[in-house]
Write a new protein. Structure first.
Length: 83
């Protein structure tokens, strides 16, 4: 998928959670949405973009979500509670 499209999608999610007064809770909301609704290939691609390009163009709440919740978003990592 085109990375610019993923950036736009991620920033739209971020805009929804941005009004949350608790910024950590807002970032967690972004991460949860991405984990639950994005295909693993999309998650892998946005995480690779964060690593290689520093996340240029992503809003701060999205950057925080990706950085602080990377392990749970990474499709190569086992999900919590799985064996």
């Amino acid at each position: 998928m085109d990375i610019q499209h993923l950036i736009k999608l991620a920033n739209n999610i971020g805009a929804f959670f941005a009004p949350e007064p608790d910024k950590a809770r807002g970032a967690a909301g972004v991460a949860t949405h991405i984990r639950n609704f994005w295909d693993p290939r999309m998650r892998r691609q946005i995480l690779e973009y964060l690593e290689t390009d520093g996340g240029k163009g992503l809003d701060e709440i999205v950057l925080t979500a990706l950085r602080e919740h990377r392990r749970e978003l990474d499709p190569t990592q086992p999900r919590s509670g799985s064996r």
